[in-house]
Design a protein around this ligand. Sequence first.
Ligand code: FCX
Length: 437
Amino acid sequence: MSTLKEVLRKKIDEHRPRTVKLIKECGDVSLGEVTIAQAIGGARGVKCLVTDISYLDPMEGIRFRGKTIPETFAALPKVPGSDYPYVEGFWYMLMTGDVPTMEQTLEVVEDWKKRSQVPEYVIDVLRAMPRDSHPMTMFSTAVLAMQRDSIFAKNYREGKFNKMTCWEDMYEDATNLMAKLAPIAAYIYRMKYKGDTHIDADPNLDMGGNFARMMGVDAPYDDVARMYFILHSDHESGNVSAHTTHLVASALSDAYYSYSAGLNGLAGPLHGLANQEVLGWTQDFMAKLGGEVPTKEQLEKALWDTLNSGQVIPGYGHAVLRKTDPRYSSQREFCLKTEGLKDYPLFKLVSMIYEVAPGVLQEHGKAKNPWPNVDAQSGVIQWYYGVTEYDFYTVLFGVGRAIGCLANITWDRALGYAIERPKSVTTAMLEDAAGIK
Ligand code: FCX
């Protein structure tokens, strides 16, 4: 029995009475009203989800279990010789809310290793798919294929469902899935883009180290992986990938069904695919200029051309944030402190976009947030380290996003969150309510 699971059990036991009390004694307390604009406009700002895994303040950005990004990086045990923490320790922190000791972290490292073997049938499924399938389609399919191994689904089928203990099956499924995601992602990468050559994991490495190895990219790409997975893990539970995962899990679907669905949402151009789109936009623009870094005037014109053609500026704007995304800043800091990267033409262009795009978007007057989000910066780092197949970038996002989504649905089960079922109204009802009929 792992320490993480035992600590989690204690935390769940302590937490449950709070949720029960809130429903039983305070269930009628209002958290606000819902306007017509919110009903039509994607439920923006409607407070109807609960999560303790992370909280997104519009001005401050994300806090994981109460910690800002720099606080998170500073608090967690570091991989020896590395500037960045173990992803496994971060998983412990998101699950339990506690910063693990090195010993507790290494226990998770070992646990993931034991669970990391990708079943042969998953490889067969991936190999049977057309090679030009989008890597997100492959990734989501691989996750869905593993549903046959769900411990939750098996026990449910066998009549062993128990509301108080079913979180344990979710935890087992979530951990089994989490441990396999990076190897699956690396397999897809090497199958699709590297002549179908594959590199075995090294039992002495952590998840981030092994991911870099299996991708075939040298250090410091292991640190890039650790940073990237942690930064992309969670952004409260209302974003499309987290909310979809939660919604599907609320029907008592298992972790595989739920996260595969979450990945399908992440694959949309307004969500995770934006990081691929950023790089596509930037590369196309540089290509038009013959590879030269543009002047600010040329850049401004290109941004206006994009807006005037009815497209969004990828990597800019956010549904909740109203300032520069700290996940953007954190990756920017990495670029600035990394020799070679800080003078890299593509990074210079991304930095120049940061100087010019907010002004353009403000003048354009539509986007509520003219500042960059996480996707505006991540592609350039991947490109620099030779991961130039930008179709693949959302898969990287998907490996990281699993940490938050899976921690969330484990807690959903533990606290017995209900099946999700918001109420619909008709357009005529809205017109009635507005008195315009
Ligand atoms: N470029 C041009 N127009 C933009 C814009 C941008 N970057 N961001 C928002 N707008 C527009 C919207 O399209 C909308 O126009 P409309 O009134 O004609 O429909 C208007 O501004 C108001 O939108 P706003 O309330 O500011 O933003 P939303 O909450 O509706 O949407 C996203 C938020 C992120 C979807 C939006 O800003 C966008 O499309 N950005 C570009 C894509 C992107 O970077 N996505 C990644 C986001 C995130 F970090 C992630 O999930 O990965």
